[in-house]
Design a protein around this ligand. Structure first.
Ligand code: 2NL
Length: 364
């Protein structure tokens, strides 16, 4: 007969008639309970129902079969043993319940655990392009002496790009500023060949004094090679007031060259020609590589050509209704790409536009 089967019978049927026998009978039941709940994967609910279930749980059976029909001399002993057993079963099952819950919690934590040792997703952050860095450096130099930055459209009218700059139709200067005309505008719109149109627009809008620089993209039809493209970046500058002299022009140019190339750089002006300045000059600086003694970079001349400039041609004032008799000023135009290549030793113009990260990373 199994242990559980015994609870289907009365004490009399089991031949139990002394308190000692009652005690050892309960010992057997308790041992059986202990063994059933000590398995590794206990079905806790099934164990609770089979032991504490109200209708046919083992403890109910014991109450019905052993306690209730017990003869008076055994009742007390059976009652005490039953209470002890019940307390034991309840305590052990509660303990098991806590253990199972804690195990589930641990399993959930293990499942949801974040591996903080995994490297994060690294997003490559870019830096400002060398052209942008050069723009900002040039702007800083001129902002420091009172110039403001003005920007304008890349699509312009021939009037602002040429006529107002003293370049009439059929003027030979249009040859090397041959540009791109916008289809369907009958020659009425073009890509600007310099940022000067915005300087004309600024003078039209505001009375002197004017001290501005205009950075931006400009376009010229050209055969592309290591130093030429169909687009380049320019900063033009313009200063107009009642008493600006060639001396101011020269001083500003020298200040700029020292700021851009370092305090040792010397400046040289060579006569030149632009339709919109008179006199006009090419600004050279002592070679930043050899310091003027001659090297491959400066083709052994000791000098590097930086940009073009000059005193604003009075004819230009006529186009913007400025009084040419009272006003004077200077202007300059520099190729930002050229200056960046020269200063940072970039040999090929296309490197500036291919956006190869291996190139860009060298200018963080
Ligand atoms: C160059 C030379 C230059 C100017 C641009 C200018 C603008 C106005 C009036 C007079 Cl509104 N001049 N600009 C003057 C001299 C030279 O550019 O080689 N640029 C790439």
């Amino acid at each position: 007969m199994t242990t559980a089967d015994r609870t289907e019978q009365t004490l009399a049927q089991l031949g139990v008639d002394s308190p000692e026998q009652v005690a050892s009978l309960f010992d057997g039941i308790r041992g059986f309970f202990d063994s059933t709940v000590s398995t590794g994967d206990l079905d806790w609910k099934a164990a609770r129902d089979s032991w504490l279930g109200r209708k046919s749980g083992i403890l109910s059976n014991i109450t019905d079969r052993w306690l209730k029909p017990a003869p008076p001399e055994l009742k007390r002993a059976v009652g005490q043993e039953l209470n002890k057993l019940k307390a034991h079963v309840e305590a052990v099952l509660e303990q098991k319940r806590l253990e199972i819950e804690a195990g589930a919690e641990r399993a959930a934590l293990a499942r949801e655990r974040m591996d903080l040792s995994l490297p994060g997703i690294e997003r490559a952050t870019g830096t400002r392009h060398l052209i942008r860095q050069t723009f900002e450096e040039l702007e800083r130099i001129f902002l420091a002496i009172g110039f403001s930055v003005v920007q304008g459209p890349e699509i312009e009218s021939p009037y602002y790009n040429f006529e107002a700059l003293n370049i009439p139709e059929h003027h030979p200067a249009r040859d090397n500023m041959d540009t791109f005309y916008i289809e369907g505008t009958r020659g009425g719109r073009l890509l600007r060949t310099h940022t000067s149109p915005m300087q004309i627009r600024t003078m039209e809008k505001q009375p002197p004094p004017v001290r501005i620089i205009v950075p931006g993209k400009v376009y010229r039809r050209d055969n592309p090679d290591a130093t030429h493209g169909y687009m380049f970046h320019q900063i033009e500058g313009l200063a107009v007031d009642t008493d600006i002299t060639f001396c101011d022009f020269k001083g500003t140019v020298e200040y700029f060259v020292r700021e851009f190339l370092g305090p040792k750089a010397k400046t040289r002006l060579r006569p030149s020609y632009f339709p919109f300045t008179e006199p006009s000059a090419e600004v050279d600086a002592t070679c930043h590589v050899c310091g003027g003694s001659g090297c491959r970079v400066c083709k052994f001349s000791g000098w590097i050509e930086l940009f073009g400039a000059g005193m604003v041609d009075p004819a230009v004032y006529g186009f913007v209704k400025y009084d040419a008799k009272k006003l004077s000023g200077f202007a300059f135009g520099m190729g930002v790409d050229r200056l960046a290549m020269m200063k940072y030793g970039v040999s090929e113009l296309p490197l500036l536009y291919q956006n190869d990260a291996r190139f860009l990373r060298q200018f963080p």
